[in-house]
Design a protein around this ligand. Sequence first.
Ligand SMILES: Cc1cc2nc3c(=O)[nH]c(=O)nc-3n(C[C@H](O)[C@H](O)[C@H](O)COP(=O)(O)OP(=O)(O)OC[C@H]3O[C@@H](n4cnc5c(N)ncnc54)[C@H](O)[C@@H]3O)c2cc1C
Length: 461
Amino acid sequence: MATIEKPFRIVIVGGGLVGLTAAHILSKTDIDFVILERHEILTPELGSLLSLWPPTLRIFDQLDLQDTLEPVLNPVDHGVSMSADDGSILLSHGYGIKVVHRPLFVEALYQSLPDSAKARIRVKKHVVKVNVSDDGVLVECADGTVERGSIVIGVDGVHSRVRQCMQAMEEGRAAPSISETPKSPYVTTYKMVFGSMPIPPTLPKNVNHECASGRVSTQLLTGNSLVWFGVYEALDKPTSERIKYTEKDKEEVIKRWGHLYAAPGVRVRDVFGLQNGNFGMINLEEGRVDKWYWNRIVLVSDAIRKLEPHAGLGYNSGLADVVVLVNKLRRLLETTRSPDTKALEALFANYQEERGKEEPIVHAMSMRRARSYAWLSPMDKIMTKYIIPYTNFGIYSTNRIYGPVVSRAPILDWLEEKSNTKNVQIPYVHHPIDKGGKSKNALYRSGHRGCSYCSGTPVLP
Ligand SMILES: Cc1cc2nc3c(=O)[nH]c(=O)nc-3n(C[C@H](O)[C@H](O)[C@H](O)COP(=O)(O)OP(=O)(O)OC[C@H]3O[C@@H](n4cnc5c(N)ncnc54)[C@H](O)[C@@H]3O)c2cc1C
């Protein structure tokens, strides 16, 4: 008698930024999925900034999201690095990225999903436990409901419950109770107060101002109609504790740093004074976890790495994780619709190996950027005040550090790319496979051989 293959089904835990983008990707495949999100509303309460780097815009092109997202994208044409203490300009430079207001971006991502994908998003589903068996997973929610599937993808952020359950099962112990606050695998060196508001008429549009000082920095970025601002402050001592800040904590930070510059002629107290008090205050964790998968469970995005946001790489990196994972899953499912645990673990290991190669560079870029504004050491200050402005460091880092990471960013290898990305300044290594099954790119055809990334040649000096 022929065996009936169980249809493959992914249970995604977390309907945040990367979970929603994963819904777009999976809705272009024939893979069944469900998304469990603990909140009732997907849109975040507070409107922080989100910068999107070119490889992410490439994926949006593949997902037919360009037109939907165009109205919410803000170009940033110019960058100004300043001293937060005296307002002097350290460096004025071209910028050329796109930023979005997070709530508008989430709304656009959600509204542009096909109805069939929207129907797969279950809200008010707080996942409390994940169980695995030989042929599937069972995910339990706080309201007593369960979801069954073939694998679980944990996209549930910094304090990932899926990660907690996975690590406990791998180590043969019980998962921490839901009321406990287990120690984070990440370390917080900086905290941040942030907010947004309409641009005051005195400020130029589409400029990113970043102001440096000892252990504190400010940022004020203007888009087409909004301004996003933040104060980054180093903690007295790095910590892995989870801290919830109060209104009083926020007011104290603003008061303490009110005199610092946020843009030419604009001080922190001026900006926060114009706003109606709707600020956020959070810890900016940094770090990564060692193992990204176990059995039928795999983690992506903030559940495996947390980057300080100055370089704006968190969401962009999380999306790249999903792209690589779905590429590999699609290939495996072409050979069997019901892969066993061994085949899935091998695929997840391969995913971690591929994405893990970028990790040291992405972390170094994010950490360096944060410390070049809120200096933690005399060397940080010397770099920002005396080396970067008077050398070609900016060009060097674009060409030798940022550029190679951009050029190696993954693409959905099975989905057409409509825009021509052949003649771009930093050529891309990866291109989608042509309909005929052949890759447009020689490096891709050769199994990535010859690429400095894949051959392990260091990119950083
Ligand atoms: C101030 C700031 C600025 C940033 N700027 C940028 C930037 O410019 N560019 C950039 O690329 N990145 C930026 N980042 C990073 C970016 O926000 C994150 O990397 C990104 O949000 C990660 O997406 P995610 O979907 O993995 O996690 P999240 O967006 O945190 O989503 C996780 C989701 O999982 C849900 N969830 C959690 N636990 C459970 C559970 N048990 N059951 C069900 N659901 C659950 C949560 O409710 C949430 O909706 C910034 C971050 C901060 C803090």
